[in-house]
Design a protein around this ligand. Structure first.
Ligand code: MRU
Length: 348
């Protein structure tokens, strides 16, 4: 399967970021050595999807600390790192993977504080590359494990984009679909448009198109109709943060899908690497939900669609309680209810 690399650090330390705001019309890259541009790319969704946000932030932190002089003291180095870490942490609050990577880099620095700054820098570079590689492996394992849950040629509905544009590999939910398709188990993929930023219509369809996987884009409000007509065999989605007891924050609209699946007895499958789990949070209500600019609702493709003076609400994610989830697929295996117990056993 063709590999799309949405983020790539070159030998010369230039960061290439595929600008997802411009897809599918234009395939252009942001090329930068400036960490501020990486933060801006994350904030504006030029780079997006929980695992990829983490990886981009890791490279961004590396670019930031690379700017520091080699002769500064460790304390000055760490003070600068903490400031940059904070800036990245404030870019998007919901995806755990961002904080996962920032905290890992923090720990690496503390553990290697005796090293000269120059060596610390190259250690961080290699470390982030390793994280990227591990996430790639994780999405491959998730795709393998998850595809085994599909037991007949199926019609699968997915939400948002969880493919190579959201990870460093095949993807999570979309990785499962790609793998299942390879095994002849996909009849049709229903791609939720995913209002307001259309990650489904613009990005998931772009990935499926490249692979020749049959799909139909549907608007988010068509899913009830499809299910009531018996046209959906599985719903597979990704996650931005999963709590200790298995509550799942994911792209706005996911909760509606889970409720509908429950009503229609359709398996509702969540796919995510263990870097998405947050063991410091018990229940979904405690997950910080990003609220984005209301302009994203009031306009479509740069064109105002609401009357002037109209106001909107724009929560970017919602939370699905674990009781509505059938399976959580991780790189370590497939979790079934009771999630709290099984998460602890498999993931921790
Ligand atoms: O706002 P986005 O596009 O970053 O939201 C992405 C999602 O909600 C994905 O489903 C999630 O991050 C998982 S990506 C493997």
């Amino acid at each position: 399967m063709e590999e799309i690399r949405a983020v790539r650090l070159t030998e010369e330390d230039e960061l290439f970021i595929l600008d997802q705001r411009k897809l599918p019309q234009e395939e252009v890259y942001i090329v930068t050595r400036d960490y501020r541009e990486v933060i801006y790319a994350i904030r504006t969704l030029a780079v997006r999807g929980a695992p990829l946000i983490g990886i981009a932030a890791g490279y961004g932190v590396y670019l930031a600390i690379k700017e520091l002089g080699d002769n500064i003291s460790f304390d000055d180095f760490y003070r600068s790192f903490t400031r940059v870490k904070e800036e990245f942490a404030n870019s998007r609050p919901t995806a755990k993977n961002l904080f996962f990577v920032l905290d890992l880099v923090d720990r690496l620095i503390m553990e290697n504080r005796i090293l000269p700054v120059r060596k610390l820098k190259s250690k961080i570079r290699a470390f982030v590359m390793k994280i990227e590689e591990k996430e790639k492996e994780a999405s491959f394992r998730i795709s393998e494990f998850g595809s085994r849950l599909i037991n007949k040629k199926s019609r699968i509905l997915t939400h948002c984009n969880t493919g190579s544009l959201a990870t460093s590999g095949l993807g999570t939910a979309l990785g499962i679909i790609k793998m299942a398709w390879k095994s002849g188990l996909v009849d049709m993929v229903f791609v939720d448009e995913t209002r307001p930023l259309l990650q489904g219509a613009r990005l998931t369809s772009w990935e499926l198109e490249k692979l020749g996987i049959p799909y139909r884009i549907v608007t988010d409000n068509m899913v009830g109709y499809l299910m009531s007509k018996g046209l959906v065999d599985y719903v597979i989605v990704g996650a931005d943060r999963i709590t200790k007891r298995g509550d799942v924050a994911n792209k706005i609209g996911t909760y509606v899908l889970a409720v509908l699946c429950n009503y229609h007895s359709i398996p509702f499958i969540v796919a995510a690497p263990t870097s998405t789990f947050d063991f410091s949070i018990e229940k979904g209500e405690d997950i910080v939900i990003e609220h984005r600019n209301e302009e994203e609702i009031l306009s479509l493709a740069g064109c105002r669609i609401a009357p002037s003076g109209a106001r909107a609400m724009n929560p970017a994610f919602d939370v699905t309680p674990s009781r509505l989830v059938s399976f959580i697929v991780t790189e370590k295996g497939v979790l079934e209810p009771p999630f709290e117990e099984n998460i602890e056993r498999l993931v921790l």
